[in-house]
Design a binder for this molecule. Structure first.
Ligand code: UT7
Length: 329
């Protein structure tokens, strides 16, 4: 057993497809308005992949940037963990497709499924492997092509989601951005509030499942909305308590970008100013498990993360699942 390993983020990268789908574009597709979408969600536009582009393609772009940022080669990677709800295939894993694209020939590779919280879940696994000494270099990825599972005839969901990818390299390096703690929570009793019913073993793909549109995201927005605010707020408070600091000590919260109103309500409940939350939902919409790593990368590029800052990642999504991660920048 290795002692005193300190899992840290040593490289960060993200990738967004260039094609934009604006609220005004959506006005032409479904019965909605720019004003409704902006007021209710904070979203102005989202990015959408071209035909033929898959989740592993976005993941590869983001990963290569993270690898370069960490100053390593792909051959040094011991493990690839990708979080996605839009895998290239049901199997093999998107991580194996990604491994092939980036030439990480030594790595073991697998995916995890925890919907919008998935990046925090994957980071926790990477952190554990590095802290135990079982792996030296782990690539943790959140990548999604949500445009492929969104019903563009359903205005209640199609305005919310976009495509993108983010990746980090996790290694033992106390000089870098130390992952101090990660907390994961799940509540399967609400598994049906945010779901794709079709295409799995319960309702395998069939002409009937397609006709019933079971292969698209369905969710009960209002229920998810309330559960998200309460559970994220409680988790931030618990995480602070367990790690011996005050919520007010947090320098930046990097939340999953699902709805600006959820972020605002959570910050208000935590009695924190909005300046302490990183927000980019206006540009990308909800990119599920890609949203947190994309936000980390942008926060770093915008100079919002300074050495020694106390940073909290927090995410909430289908499952239900939620999770937090404390990072000393
Ligand atoms: O990432 C995983 C976690 N995801 C979330 O946390 C998302 C949580 N939920 C939400 O963000 C919000 O519930 C939504 C943004 C999805 C919806 O906002 P809302 O304020 O809860 O609206 P609502 O569903 O109560 O709908 C209000 C009205 C309805 O009309 P009536 O019944 O009041 O006449 C809807 O039919 O808005 C209507 N509506 C729309 N109108 C224009 C619903 N979608 C649209 C739309 N454009 N796109």
């Amino acid at each position: 057993m290795h002692q005193n390993q300190i899992a840290s983020i040593t490289g960060i990268g993200s990738y967004l497809p260039s094609k934009k789908l604006t609220n005004h574009d959506l006005e032409k597709i479904v019965d909605t308005t720019d004003d409704w979408i902006l007021q209710r969600t904070g979203i102005r536009e989202r990015r959408i992949v071209e035909n033929g582009v898959a989740t592993s393609d976005l993941a590869a772009h983001a990963s290569l940037k993270a690898i370069e940022n960490a100053g390593i080669s792909a051959e040094e990677i011991d493990m690839i963990i990708t979080s996605t709800i839009t895998p290239d295939y049901l199997f093999p894993s998107t991580s194996c497709c990604l491994q092939k694209q980036i030439g990480a020939t030594r790595a073991s590779a697998f995916d995890i499924s925890a919907a919008c919280s998935g990046f925090v879940y994957a980071l926790s696994i990477g952190q554990s492997f590095v802290n135990s000494g079982a792996a030296k270099t782990v690539l943790v990825v959140g990548s999604e092509c949500l445009s492929k599972i969104v019903d563009y005839t359903d205005r209640t969901t199609c305005v919310l989601f976009g495509d993108g990818a983010g990746a980090v390299v996790v290694q033992n390096n106390p000089e870098k951005h130390q992952i101090l703690d990660t907390r994961l929570v799940s509540d399967g009793s609400h598994s049906d509030v945010l779901i794709i019913h079709g295409g799995g073993s319960k309702h395998p793909a069939s002409p009937d499942s397609i006709q019933q549109r079971l292969h698209y995201i369905q969710f009960r927005g209002k229920e998810v909305f309330k559960l998200a605010i309460n559970n994220i707020t409680n988790l931030v408070i618990e995480t602070a308590q367990k790690n011996g600091f005050d919520v007010q000590d947090i320098d930046l919260i990097i939340p999953h970008q699902s709805n600006l109103r959820i972020i605002e309500a959570t910050m208000e409940k935590l009695n924190l100013p909005m300046e302490k939350a990183f927000v980019n939902i206006n540009k990308y919409g909800n990119t599920s498990s890609a949203s947190v790593p994309i936000a980390i990368d942008e926060a770093q590029q915008e100079g919002r993360l300074k050495k020694g800052d106390l940073v909290m990642l927090v995410a909430f999504g289908g499952g239900l699942t939620w999770g937090s991660s404390v990072i000393k920048w």
